[in-house]
Design a protein around this ligand. Structure first.
Ligand code: MD3
Ligand code: FE
Length: 218
């Protein structure tokens, strides 16, 4: 038998924090998947490179984005939508790696969504200074399914409010390995990411990476 004290010390502490009704942070939940996540991300980015999308309003998004799974998300002059092929390559999105799917299912399970099966994973890559403005995720037909978000690398100050843009916002810091499950009343809450602060992370260097697992088909 092998005793791996490093793994136990660094990956064993996982705890939950409720952040609002319907949303729970699973601190460090993704750490035990880290090696496989980064291998999978390299593979995905080789097939479907990160790109900066342009919103219908004509703004270039500061986070670079790609997807894997049956559906990927795209933005262009005509709108936002989920599609089954990558417009940059004309190919289907890379399949969702099994480990990533298992991570998302296990996180949803711990948060009380035992039925969740994601068919899309959006991957956002933030360089220092990149941000995501306050928005709602409402392009998924089944709003009963939660969204599972995995944060990696540089920390983010994450902002969320309520179902209306003008609702008062709260902040929560998300760090490497944290997973958030957003469901129930929180599913349609406005949320965003404040500009990423300067830093250097041992796993991602000068980046933050966020994976969001979604159920897109009805
Ligand atoms: C709250 N990404 O891709 S993940 C997005 O950190 C997105 O890259 C952010 O917002 C990021 O759409 C935040 C956390 C998150 C994701 C979906 C939510 C929070 C949410 C849906 C409803 C409420
Ligand atoms: Fe979002």
């Amino acid at each position: 038998m092998t005793l791996n004290l490093f793994d136990d010390a660094e990956q064993g502490r996982v705890w939950q924090e409720a952040i609002c009704p319907g949303a729970v942070v699973l601190r460090h939940f993704a750490l035990r998947y880290e090696v496989e996540i980064f291998a999978a991300l390299d593979d995905i980015a080789r097939q479907a490179p990160f790109r900066h999308m342009v919103t219908p309003g004509g703004f270039r998004m500061s986070a670079a984005m790609t997807s894997c799974g049956e559906f990927g998300w795209t933005a262009d002059r005509t709108g936002y939508r989920y599609i089954t092929t990558d417009p940059e390559t004309g190919l289907p999105w890379p399949p969702m790696p099994e480990t990533l799917g298992r991570l998302a299912v296990a996180a949803a399970m711990s948060a009380g969504y035992p039925e969740f099966v994601p068919d899309a994973c959006l991957i956002n890559r933030y360089a220092i200074g990149a941000k995501m403005s306050l928005h709602q995720d409402k392009d998924e037909p089944d709003l009963g399914a939660p969204i599972v978000s995995v944060s990696l690398g540089l920390p983010a100050n994450f902002q969320f409010g309520g179902p209306r843009r003008e609702d008062k916002t709260q902040r929560v810091q998300l760090t490497h390995g944290d997973v958030v499950v957003w469901g129930g009343p929180a599913r349609l809450f406005f949320h965003g990411v404040l500009p990423i602060k300067n830093g250097l992370h041992p796993s991602t260097g000068e980046f933050r990476i966020n994976l969001t697992f979604r159920k897109v088909s009805k």
